[in-house]
Ligand binder design. Sequence first.
Ligand code: TYD
Ligand code: MG
Length: 455
Amino acid sequence: MAKPITQFICSACGATHKKWSGRCEACGEWNCIAEEAPLSAGPGKAALGAAKGRRIGLSDLRTQETPPPRRTSGMAEFDRVLGGGLVPASATLVGGDPGIGKSTLLLQAAASFARAGAKVIYVSGEEATAQVRMRAQRLGLADSAVMLAAETNLRDILTTLEAEAPDLAIIDSIQTMWLDTVEAAPGSVSQVRASAHELTTFAKRRGVSVMLVGHVTKEGQIAGPRVVEHMVDTVLYFEGERGHQFRILRSVKNRFGPADEIGVFEMTGAGLAEVANPSALFLSDRDAPAPGAVVFAGMEGTRPVLVEIQALVAPSTLSQPRRAVVGWDGGRLSMILAVLEARAGISFAGLDVYLNIAGGLRISEPAADLAVAAALLSAREDTALPRDGVVFGELSLSGALRPVSQAENRLKEAAKLGFSTAIAPAGCKFGAASGVTVQEMADLPKFVGEVFGAG
Ligand code: TYD
Ligand code: MG
């Protein structure tokens, strides 16, 4: 038998290393590498030999199989992020920072699925059943038909799930589960991986939908949810800024639906409330037109969302002026500043630049480039843009504006919220008249000239 070799595994991203080091080269995280025995030493060196394996059955793509229907919970935001409901026999990972509201969300979802007629088991490895019940009371779900258990031994949990055959099993959290076949502490990369593997194979074999909660961790001893992302069908992250009551459920991987879909919730005293119209929420406290504030007509998955982008530009006392960003990519801000300087002759040297996406939303769309540039210019020139206008467009390094997708949906959302003008790249598919007058721009110099005068 091959001798098991110890290896060093990054608890943040799961990369394996030959030796220990302070920083993981794969993900750049510090202090996250720990020594662990591998799951198995792998097959021995010997060739497969003459002993044959079992012949597996093959089928073709034409075979008609009606897929089992998706299960909807009735929580519209939750169902949409799943791609239109829960797929039977699927494994879903719900990741997020500790305390962000994962247990609250899943308990509410469990109750909704139960109300819709599904048999739901909620296994908590972190809280006692009495604590879960107390939370349910607070959420007004005390009379829900969800079955509870507090357990961390996966062998017992799987035996129970097999006997009960529920439609949905929720495991809160994967980091507390342990398998007696793996010699490692609960929360270690090997335990988390092995537990997730057992649960996902169980889901496929028995046709049970399984949802796993995973805490995003900072310390090295506990494995993060990223180490099991590749095993599950759907990966959702529950995010939000501390201090904001908004929580966003985002799908980053979905084998059965679109990724990048978001659901917006608000944390209230009685649990999470769905926010059906997030644009209204993200724009809620706008009053007089302010320099540096620009409304961006963005898309989050299939849904248009309007958000305010705020910039502040102030003389700097530092030799290297400050560039601070909240909710957007810092590298992309540097790029926009460089394009403004090189293509429009507008320099931010000697100026501190602060950029903030209002409401605690994180934007990753390149279509926000033009809105960011507009906010920066508006702050620098101390000129407010018209209050009734939205901006979108991707900026290329040459200073040209590139058309973006779904322009029509962006305009429709803007019209719905009472905006009447838009600045957008030329060549977008704007579609039928939506009641918004579009000012089409070919490049950045034209935009600067038309909106801010000669600059
Ligand atoms: P929780 O679901 O326990 O977080 P996680 O499982 O992600 O660790 O949520 C914890 C936070 O949510 C806690 O700080 C309090 C807040 N909360 C409310 O504001 N209202 C509520 O009704 C509930 C149940 C929790
Ligand atoms: Mg929890």
